[in-house]
Design a protein around this ligand. Structure first.
Ligand code: NAD
Length: 295
């Protein structure tokens, strides 16, 4: 049994920490929300009173907070993880954040002798609940070896993608692709409709032809062909438009760090910005079909 401190018990952190408890580990959780702490206690975990309290007893520290600013807040300073973690503790950040903040926290951890990985995830709340997240892990081989058995309790795939910050780079690239794909596919499906093609026939042909992609096959933005897709429940998320905007912006920031221009992704980011500004931030990102098609 490993003692794990879990910081950030939100939509994702709560089901992830439950799976660690199911795996037989001791979980000490900390969150700013009293409700989140109560949910952890009810699931058999222990509610900590501070970050120091949680990490002071832990062999492994996992963070799952919203942004790079939050990650720096929980790691740095007198009340932070780096000041209170036990020597030799393994640090895992599963938040989706910018590559620069991730590398900075890695550097601070390394300076204090801690093994650390960035391990952002693909898969939303249902995948977190079912322990079917995909982890993209950045860090040294030694840190990955330590992190892998812990992450296995929460995911179906755990891949070491490279050095510190590489998990965030991978996540930015994956979500940039998904974000663009939602738009290009929507445009294609809207044209097919205007040309008088039946949606199911378009689905049946394209999923076996060169136009196939994950967005069409598993997450079709037009109601009908994929029963479990958000398009069949009036675009309730799923993965919210506002979160996709956050990830598109992270990909743009990552591109800037290497001086590479991504004009398609830049245009797609503008379209997500407009969608959120028009009040669609809480809808699933596949609502982009409605916007693009004008239906
Ligand atoms: P969330 O907002 O539901 O949860 C974040 C939690 O962090 C909140 O409970 C908040 O109180 C807590 N928190 C913030 N600052 C804190 C601090 N200083 N100390 C302790 N707790 C603090 O967010 P979420 O949906 O669980 O997402 C977490 C991360 O996972 C984000 O980076 C997100 O982009 C990423 N992600 C989310 C999804 C999804 O579908 N929700 C999917 C993949 C990745």
């Amino acid at each position: 049994m490993t003692t794990i401190a879990f910081i950030g018990l939100g939509h994702m952190g709560t089901p992830m920490s439950r799976n660690l408890l199911r795996g037989g580990h001791r979980v000490l959780g900390f969150d700013l929300s009293a409700d989140a702490l109560q949910a952890l206690s009810q699931a058999g975990g222990q509610a900590a009173t501070s970050i120091a309290h949680a990490v002071g007893q832990a062999d492994v520290v996992i963070t799952m907070v919203p942004t790079g600013t939050h990650v720096r807040q929980v790691y740095e300073g007198e009340a932070g993880i780096l000041a209170h973690a036990r020597p030799g503790a393994l640090l895992i950040d599963s938040s989706t954040i910018d590559v620069e903040s991730s590398r900075l926290v890695h550097d601070l951890a390394a300076q204090q002798g801690f093994d650390m990985v960035d391990a952002p995830v693909s898969g939303a709340v249902p995948a977190a609940e079912a322990a079917r997240l995909v982890f993209m892990v950045g860090g040294t081989a030694a840190a990955f070896e330590r992190a892998e058995p812990i992450l296995q309790h929460m995911g179906s795939s755990v891949v070491h993608v490279g050095a510190a910050g590489s998990g965030q780079s991978m996540k930015a690239c994956n979500n940039m692709m998904a974000g663009m794909s939602a738009i290009t596919l929507s445009e294609t499906l809207a044209l097919a409709r205007r040309l008088g093609l039946d949606e199911q026939k378009v689905y049946d042909v394209m999923t076996h032809a060169s136009g196939n992609c994950w967005m069409l096959q598993s997450y079709c933005p037009v109601p009908g062909p994929v029963p479990g897709a958000p398009s069949n429940r009036d675009y309730a998320p799923g993965f919210a438009m506002s979160l996709m905007l956050k990830d598109m912006r992270l990909a743009q920031a990552a591109a800037r760090t290497v001086g590479y221009e991504t004009p398609f992704a830049a245009r797609a980011t503008q379209m997500y910005e407009a969608a959120v500004a028009e009040g669609h931030g809480g809808r699933d990102f596949s609502y982009m079909y409605k916007i693009v098609s004008g239906e």
